[in-house]
Design a protein around this ligand. Structure first.
Ligand SMILES: [Zn+2]
Length: 460
């Protein structure tokens, strides 16, 4: 019998800031090292707060996927003395490098702009920290076992959330633990479905949408098409605040089909985000990670990230030039929660115009401008200006990259009888507790919502 100490140092009862510590007698392992975002970040400036453990004592950091709330503090961990090994899938490493380098830029621009919308956690790392992190970073493809000290064996499984996203299986002693990271909203346009991992005893699972369901897959596509057609009919602007990873590429994939099959009339589409453009380039290198349908379309000779009237605006001057392009037009820009990036300029330009549609396609954290827009606020503060919202605000939750309540429930149900304990994490308390109750009531699961920073001992 072996014992593992498990502590949720972030992401226990918050959606963001994922940071879990596993300690055995011989090694210390971290899973994810993410940034707090939105309201959680305002309450707690973790960017400056020291880690609750000594980063120098950590042997290995496993990274589930390249979203900022899972990788954002890795350079700070390195800055503070971590010199162990980082492991992720190959795409996660490539995307993380771009995201972390971009984090330096975001931190700098926030310092200059002062109060442009809500605050992000301040970052205090530089290029050298990112470089060091990349030197410590090794890759491990899905399904390839990694043997560690004391008979521990780790394997990555496809979670279907974003390109390269992994669930981390840790086999040790007599038991198996699975940490899900974020779980994809399968079936997704580009990625494989979330895999079902056999014989798991301890499950650490996300619960972002633990208490809500999304529209189905066909509804999301239909709704997206309707919103574009409405924009064309109104001669308006469709502004889509989109996350640079996965959401932008999924929207391009759908738009590619609409345009190539003449399902919609021609309309200029702008991807106005240097980060999204860089990430799209990475996606093109990993087509073997896509699902059968996407691979089939690519094999037939179609470049799924290129179609007539699509324009990638990398430079600032090209971005400003979008304003001069006649309506109707579609602008996809980050950040996904409207708390920075170029989308705020388009929101300032177009939200007060009734012919505009603002389309929300992802999770909006409490405290972000995106959340305020999603809940129907009629004036919001953008770049220091009060802007009245006369635009139509639409929300397509079907493009969420996260499983909904039924999806999470089905995932646990499919894992079967081996499950002894379920830790429901990475959700707002309402979401996490709803899912805990649902799992207890309907599956008789031993599910809990663990507190942050409280150590749990598990027998392996
Ligand atoms: Zn994620």
């Amino acid at each position: 019998m072996k014992t593992v100490k498990l502590t949720f140092h972030g992401g226990g009862r918050t959606v963001t800031g994922s940071n879990f510590l596993l300690e055995t007698e011989t090694q210390k392992i971290l899973i994810d090292c993410g940034l707090l975002q939105g309201e959680a970040a305002e309450k707690e400036d973790t960017g400056e707060k020291p880690f609750p453990y000594d980063p120098r004592s950590i042997d290995i950091l496993f990274v589930t996927h390249a979203h900022l709330d899972h990788v954002g503090r890795i350079p700070v961990l390195v800055r503070d003395g971590f010199h162990g090994t980082i492991y992720s899938t190959p795409p996660t490493k490539d995307i993380a490098e771009v995201i972390l380098a971009d984090g330096i830029h975001v931190a700098a621009s926030h310092q200059h702009n002062g109060n442009d919308g809500k605050k992000e956690t301040p970052l205090s790392y530089d290029e050298a920290d990112v470089r060091t992190a990349m030197e410590l970073w090794k890759t491990l493809p899905y399904h390839e076992p990694l043997d560690l000290k004391d008979g521990m064996r780790v394997m990555f499984w496809d979670s279907g959330h974003i390109l390269g996203s992994a669930m981390i299986e840790i086999a040790y002693g007599e038991k198996k633990m699975l940490v899900t990271g974020d779980l994809g909203n399968s079936p997704a346009p580009l990625l494989h479905d979330t895999e079902i991992v056999p014989d798991v005893n301890y499950l650490v699972m996300e619960s972002v949408y633990g208490d809500r369901n999304h529209e189905g897959v066909t509804e999301r596509k239909e709704k997206f098409k309707d919103v574009i057609e409405d924009t064309i009919a109104k001669k308006g602007v469709l502004v889509i605040p989109a996350f640079s990873i996965e959401r932008t590429q999924e929207l391009l994939f759908e738009l590619n089909e609409f345009v190539e099959h003449r399902i919609i009339l021609p309309i200029p589409v702008f991807v106005d985000s240097p980060l999204a453009i860089k990430v799209t380039e990475i996606y093109k290198h990993y087509e073997n990670y896509f699902n059968a349908n996407a691979r089939h379309i690519i094999k037939s000779g179609d470049d799924i990230f290129q179609f007539p009237n699509l324009c990638f605006t990398f430079g600032a001057r090209e971005s400003i030039g979008i304003k001069k392009v006649p309506v109707p037009k579609v602008i996809i820009a980050g950040s996904g929660m409207s708390n920075g990036g170029r989308v705020v300029y388009h929101e300032r330009n177009y939200l007060s115009d009734p012919s505009t549609t603002l389309l929300l396609v992802g999770f909006q954290a409490v405290g972000t401008p995106g959340r305020a827009l999603a809940t129907g606020e009629k004036t919001i503060s953008i770049l220091g200006e009060r802007v009245s919202v006369r635009a139509r605000v639409e929300n397509i939750r079907g493009y969420s990259a996260h499983k909904d309540s039924d999806g999470l429930f089905g995932f646990v149900e499919a894992m079967g009888d081996s499950l002894e304990k379920i830790f429901v994490v990475q959700g707002e308390p309402k979401s996490a507790l709803f899912l805990v109750q649902r799992l207890r009531d309907n599956l008789g699961s031993n599910a809990v919502s663990p507190e942050d920073n409280k150590m749990i001992e598990l027998e392996f």
